[in-house]
Design a protein around this ligand. Structure first.
Ligand SMILES: NC(=O)c1ccc[n+]([C@@H]2O[C@H](COP(=O)([O-])OP(=O)(O)OC[C@H]3O[C@@H](n4cnc5c(N)ncnc54)[C@H](OP(=O)(O)O)[C@@H]3O)[C@@H](O)[C@H]2O)c1
Length: 236
Protein backbone atom coordinates (compact mmCIF):
# COMPACT_ATOMS: atom_id res chain seq x y z
CA UNK A 1 0.00 0.00 0.00
CA UNK A 2 2.96 2.33 0.64
CA UNK A 3 3.52 3.25 -3.01
CA UNK A 4 -0.06 3.04 -4.23
CA UNK A 5 -2.12 6.16 -4.82
CA UNK A 6 -5.79 7.00 -5.10
CA UNK A 7 -7.16 9.59 -7.52
CA UNK A 8 -10.57 11.15 -8.12
CA UNK A 9 -11.26 13.01 -11.37
CA UNK A 10 -14.47 14.92 -12.10
CA UNK A 11 -15.90 15.11 -15.62
CA UNK A 12 -13.97 12.06 -16.77
CA UNK A 13 -16.25 10.50 -19.42
CA UNK A 14 -14.65 12.57 -22.22
CA UNK A 15 -12.03 15.19 -22.99
CA UNK A 16 -9.09 15.83 -20.69
CA UNK A 17 -10.69 13.96 -17.78
CA UNK A 18 -10.94 10.73 -19.80
CA UNK A 19 -7.36 11.16 -21.05
CA UNK A 20 -6.08 11.53 -17.48
CA UNK A 21 -7.97 8.42 -16.35
CA UNK A 22 -6.49 6.38 -19.20
CA UNK A 23 -2.94 7.59 -18.56
CA UNK A 24 -3.13 7.01 -14.79
CA UNK A 25 -4.37 3.45 -15.29
CA UNK A 26 -1.19 2.56 -17.17
CA UNK A 27 0.43 2.24 -13.75
CA UNK A 28 -0.90 -0.57 -11.52
CA UNK A 29 -0.03 1.58 -8.49
CA UNK A 30 -2.99 3.89 -9.21
CA UNK A 31 -6.57 3.40 -8.14
CA UNK A 32 -8.77 5.82 -10.06
CA UNK A 33 -12.26 7.03 -9.22
CA UNK A 34 -13.64 8.37 -12.48
CA UNK A 35 -16.75 10.44 -11.92
CA UNK A 36 -19.32 11.38 -14.52
CA UNK A 37 -22.98 12.33 -14.78
CA UNK A 38 -24.16 9.13 -16.50
CA UNK A 39 -22.06 6.04 -15.71
CA UNK A 40 -24.46 3.88 -17.75
CA UNK A 41 -23.69 5.89 -20.90
CA UNK A 42 -19.95 6.33 -20.22
CA UNK A 43 -18.87 3.71 -22.76
CA UNK A 44 -15.23 4.82 -22.96
CA UNK A 45 -14.90 4.49 -19.17
CA UNK A 46 -16.67 1.13 -19.22
CA UNK A 47 -14.15 -0.13 -21.79
CA UNK A 48 -11.31 1.03 -19.55
CA UNK A 49 -12.87 -0.73 -16.57
CA UNK A 50 -12.86 -3.99 -18.54
CA UNK A 51 -9.18 -3.51 -19.38
CA UNK A 52 -8.05 -2.38 -15.92
CA UNK A 53 -10.26 -4.49 -13.69
CA UNK A 54 -10.13 -3.48 -10.02
CA UNK A 55 -8.17 -0.25 -10.51
CA UNK A 56 -10.99 1.84 -11.95
CA UNK A 57 -14.23 2.74 -10.18
CA UNK A 58 -16.86 4.68 -12.11
CA UNK A 59 -18.98 6.81 -9.80
CA UNK A 60 -21.93 9.05 -10.61
CA UNK A 61 -21.44 12.76 -9.88
CA UNK A 62 -23.39 15.79 -11.03
CA UNK A 63 -20.96 18.40 -9.75
CA UNK A 64 -23.56 21.14 -9.19
CA UNK A 65 -25.78 18.99 -6.95
CA UNK A 66 -24.93 18.83 -3.23
CA UNK A 67 -26.96 15.59 -2.79
CA UNK A 68 -25.06 13.98 -5.67
CA UNK A 69 -21.76 15.09 -4.12
CA UNK A 70 -22.73 13.49 -0.79
CA UNK A 71 -23.74 10.24 -2.53
CA UNK A 72 -20.43 10.29 -4.39
CA UNK A 73 -18.44 10.70 -1.14
CA UNK A 74 -20.25 7.65 0.30
CA UNK A 75 -19.54 5.57 -2.81
CA UNK A 76 -15.88 6.59 -2.78
CA UNK A 77 -15.54 5.70 0.91
CA UNK A 78 -16.81 2.20 0.08
CA UNK A 79 -14.54 1.88 -2.95
CA UNK A 80 -11.43 2.98 -1.04
CA UNK A 81 -12.05 1.01 2.16
CA UNK A 82 -9.54 2.15 4.76
CA UNK A 83 -7.56 4.23 2.28
CA UNK A 84 -7.85 8.00 1.95
CA UNK A 85 -7.90 10.09 -1.21
CA UNK A 86 -4.43 11.16 -2.39
CA UNK A 87 -5.37 13.32 -5.40
CA UNK A 88 -8.56 15.25 -6.14
CA UNK A 89 -8.70 16.68 -9.67
CA UNK A 90 -11.52 19.21 -10.13
CA UNK A 91 -11.67 18.99 -13.90
CA UNK A 92 -15.36 19.21 -14.95
CA UNK A 93 -16.30 22.55 -16.48
CA UNK A 94 -18.46 24.24 -19.09
CA UNK A 95 -17.91 27.28 -21.30
CA UNK A 96 -20.04 29.99 -22.86
CA UNK A 97 -17.21 30.22 -25.41
CA UNK A 98 -16.56 33.63 -27.04
CA UNK A 99 -19.23 35.72 -25.31
CA UNK A 100 -18.28 39.23 -24.16
CA UNK A 101 -18.86 41.57 -21.22
CA UNK A 102 -21.69 43.33 -23.14
CA UNK A 103 -23.04 40.33 -24.99
CA UNK A 104 -23.69 37.42 -22.67
CA UNK A 105 -26.52 35.21 -21.47
CA UNK A 106 -27.28 35.74 -17.77
CA UNK A 107 -28.40 32.13 -17.18
CA UNK A 108 -25.30 30.90 -18.98
CA UNK A 109 -23.20 33.06 -16.70
CA UNK A 110 -24.90 31.60 -13.58
CA UNK A 111 -24.56 28.02 -14.86
CA UNK A 112 -20.88 28.52 -15.70
CA UNK A 113 -20.13 30.09 -12.34
CA UNK A 114 -21.97 27.27 -10.58
CA UNK A 115 -20.17 24.49 -12.49
CA UNK A 116 -16.71 26.03 -12.71
CA UNK A 117 -16.37 27.77 -9.32
CA UNK A 118 -18.98 26.81 -6.76
CA UNK A 119 -19.00 23.09 -7.66
CA UNK A 120 -15.24 22.56 -7.16
CA UNK A 121 -15.52 24.47 -3.85
CA UNK A 122 -18.37 22.20 -2.68
CA UNK A 123 -16.59 19.06 -3.88
CA UNK A 124 -13.31 19.92 -2.18
CA UNK A 125 -15.14 20.72 1.06
CA UNK A 126 -17.04 17.41 0.90
CA UNK A 127 -13.92 15.35 0.20
CA UNK A 128 -11.80 17.04 2.87
CA UNK A 129 -12.06 14.17 5.41
CA UNK A 130 -10.97 11.64 2.76
CA UNK A 131 -8.13 13.96 1.63
CA UNK A 132 -7.01 14.33 5.25
CA UNK A 133 -6.74 10.53 5.38
CA UNK A 134 -4.70 10.52 2.15
CA UNK A 135 -0.92 10.35 1.90
CA UNK A 136 -0.55 13.22 -0.61
CA UNK A 137 -3.43 15.67 0.03
CA UNK A 138 -3.13 17.14 -3.49
CA UNK A 139 -5.96 19.13 -5.07
CA UNK A 140 -5.82 20.39 -8.65
CA UNK A 141 -8.35 23.01 -9.69
CA UNK A 142 -8.27 22.86 -13.47
CA UNK A 143 -8.17 26.48 -14.57
CA UNK A 144 -7.24 28.20 -17.83
CA UNK A 145 -4.79 30.89 -18.80
CA UNK A 146 -7.88 32.79 -19.95
CA UNK A 147 -8.45 33.47 -16.23
CA UNK A 148 -5.17 35.38 -16.01
CA UNK A 149 -5.58 39.16 -15.75
CA UNK A 150 -1.88 39.60 -16.51
CA UNK A 151 -2.39 37.94 -19.92
CA UNK A 152 -4.83 40.67 -21.17
CA UNK A 153 -6.41 38.34 -23.72
CA UNK A 154 -9.04 40.84 -24.89
CA UNK A 155 -12.85 40.85 -25.02
CA UNK A 156 -13.92 37.25 -25.85
CA UNK A 157 -14.53 34.45 -23.34
CA UNK A 158 -15.86 36.98 -20.77
CA UNK A 159 -17.93 34.51 -18.74
CA UNK A 160 -15.49 31.60 -18.86
CA UNK A 161 -12.46 33.81 -18.08
CA UNK A 162 -14.26 35.52 -15.17
CA UNK A 163 -15.13 32.13 -13.68
CA UNK A 164 -11.58 30.81 -14.02
CA UNK A 165 -10.25 33.99 -12.36
CA UNK A 166 -12.67 33.34 -9.48
CA UNK A 167 -11.54 29.69 -9.31
CA UNK A 168 -7.94 30.92 -9.11
CA UNK A 169 -8.79 33.20 -6.19
CA UNK A 170 -10.62 30.39 -4.41
CA UNK A 171 -7.53 28.22 -4.83
CA UNK A 172 -5.37 30.81 -3.03
CA UNK A 173 -7.95 30.94 -0.23
CA UNK A 174 -7.94 27.14 0.15
CA UNK A 175 -4.15 27.11 0.23
CA UNK A 176 -4.01 29.93 2.79
CA UNK A 177 -6.52 28.27 5.11
CA UNK A 178 -5.02 24.79 4.88
CA UNK A 179 -1.22 24.78 4.57
CA UNK A 180 -1.32 21.02 5.20
CA UNK A 181 -2.92 20.56 1.76
CA UNK A 182 -1.19 20.98 -1.61
CA UNK A 183 -3.76 22.91 -3.64
CA UNK A 184 -3.01 24.74 -6.86
CA UNK A 185 -4.50 25.62 -10.25
CA UNK A 186 -3.20 24.75 -13.69
CA UNK A 187 -3.87 25.64 -17.32
CA UNK A 188 -3.90 22.46 -19.43
CA UNK A 189 -3.15 24.39 -22.64
CA UNK A 190 -5.48 24.84 -25.61
CA UNK A 191 -6.30 21.20 -26.36
CA UNK A 192 -8.41 19.37 -28.94
CA UNK A 193 -11.55 18.43 -26.97
CA UNK A 194 -15.24 19.33 -27.27
CA UNK A 195 -14.52 22.42 -25.15
CA UNK A 196 -11.23 23.34 -26.83
CA UNK A 197 -12.56 22.73 -30.34
CA UNK A 198 -11.01 21.31 -33.51
CA UNK A 199 -8.70 24.30 -34.09
CA UNK A 200 -6.87 23.73 -30.80
CA UNK A 201 -3.16 23.12 -31.46
CA UNK A 202 -2.43 20.71 -28.60
CA UNK A 203 -2.96 16.96 -28.28
CA UNK A 204 -4.43 15.99 -24.87
CA UNK A 205 -2.13 12.94 -24.81
CA UNK A 206 0.90 15.23 -24.72
CA UNK A 207 -0.44 17.89 -22.38
CA UNK A 208 -1.98 15.47 -19.88
CA UNK A 209 1.23 13.40 -19.66
CA UNK A 210 3.13 16.53 -18.69
CA UNK A 211 0.41 17.82 -16.37
CA UNK A 212 0.10 14.50 -14.52
CA UNK A 213 3.87 14.35 -14.05
CA UNK A 214 3.71 17.79 -12.46
CA UNK A 215 0.73 16.90 -10.24
CA UNK A 216 2.32 13.61 -9.11
CA UNK A 217 5.45 15.35 -7.88
CA UNK A 218 3.84 18.53 -6.48
CA UNK A 219 4.95 19.66 -3.02
CA UNK A 220 3.81 22.37 -0.62
CA UNK A 221 6.10 24.74 -2.60
CA UNK A 222 3.58 24.53 -5.44
CA UNK A 223 0.53 25.21 -3.28
CA UNK A 224 -1.51 28.40 -3.76
CA UNK A 225 0.07 29.04 -7.16
CA UNK A 226 -0.90 28.96 -10.85
CA UNK A 227 0.92 26.68 -13.29
CA UNK A 228 0.99 25.91 -16.99
CA UNK A 229 0.84 22.23 -18.09
CA UNK A 230 4.52 22.55 -18.99
CA UNK A 231 5.44 23.32 -15.35
CA UNK A 232 6.10 27.07 -15.86
CA UNK A 233 4.47 29.38 -13.35
CA UNK A 234 1.71 31.65 -14.70
CA UNK A 235 1.05 35.23 -13.63
CA UNK A 236 -2.35 35.80 -12.05
N1 LIG B 1 -9.68 21.94 -23.80
C1 LIG B 1 -9.04 23.08 -23.61
O1 LIG B 1 -8.46 23.66 -24.55
C2 LIG B 1 -8.97 23.69 -22.23
C3 LIG B 1 -8.21 24.85 -22.07
C4 LIG B 1 -8.10 25.43 -20.82
C5 LIG B 1 -8.75 24.84 -19.75
N2 LIG B 1 -9.51 23.72 -19.92
C6 LIG B 1 -10.14 23.14 -18.75
O2 LIG B 1 -9.88 21.74 -18.70
C7 LIG B 1 -11.00 21.05 -18.09
C8 LIG B 1 -11.48 19.93 -18.99
O3 LIG B 1 -11.88 20.51 -20.23
P1 LIG B 1 -12.21 19.63 -21.52
O4 LIG B 1 -11.60 20.33 -22.66
O5 LIG B 1 -11.90 18.22 -21.26
O6 LIG B 1 -13.81 19.82 -21.60
P2 LIG B 1 -14.91 18.87 -22.29
O7 LIG B 1 -14.31 18.02 -23.32
O8 LIG B 1 -16.04 19.79 -22.66
O9 LIG B 1 -15.38 17.94 -21.06
C9 LIG B 1 -16.00 18.53 -19.96
C10 LIG B 1 -16.34 17.46 -18.94
O10 LIG B 1 -16.96 18.10 -17.81
C11 LIG B 1 -18.15 17.39 -17.52
N3 LIG B 1 -19.16 18.24 -16.89
C12 LIG B 1 -19.62 19.45 -17.31
N4 LIG B 1 -20.60 19.87 -16.48
C13 LIG B 1 -20.75 18.91 -15.54
C14 LIG B 1 -21.62 18.76 -14.43
N5 LIG B 1 -22.52 19.70 -14.11
N6 LIG B 1 -21.49 17.64 -13.66
C15 LIG B 1 -20.59 16.69 -13.97
N7 LIG B 1 -19.76 16.76 -15.02
C16 LIG B 1 -19.85 17.87 -15.80
C17 LIG B 1 -18.63 16.86 -18.87
O11 LIG B 1 -19.56 15.82 -18.67
P3 LIG B 1 -20.75 15.50 -19.75
O12 LIG B 1 -20.11 14.65 -20.80
O13 LIG B 1 -21.77 14.79 -18.93
O14 LIG B 1 -21.23 16.81 -20.29
C18 LIG B 1 -17.30 16.40 -19.46
O15 LIG B 1 -16.93 15.15 -18.92
C19 LIG B 1 -12.03 22.14 -17.80
O16 LIG B 1 -11.88 22.59 -16.48
C20 LIG B 1 -11.67 23.24 -18.77
O17 LIG B 1 -12.11 24.52 -18.33
C21 LIG B 1 -9.61 23.13 -21.14
Amino acid sequence: MLNTFTWLITGSNRGLGLEMVEQLLQSPTHTVIATCRNPDKATALQDLRTRFLGNLHIVKLEVTDQASIEECVKAVEIALGDRGLDYLLNNAAISEQRDTAFNFNAQGYIDTFYTNVLAPAMITRAFLPLLEKGKRKVILNMSSQLGSMAWRFGAPYATYASCKAALNMMTTKQAAERPDLIVFCMCPGWCKTDLGGEDAPLDPKVTMASLLKFVSSATSEHSGRYWRWTGEELEW
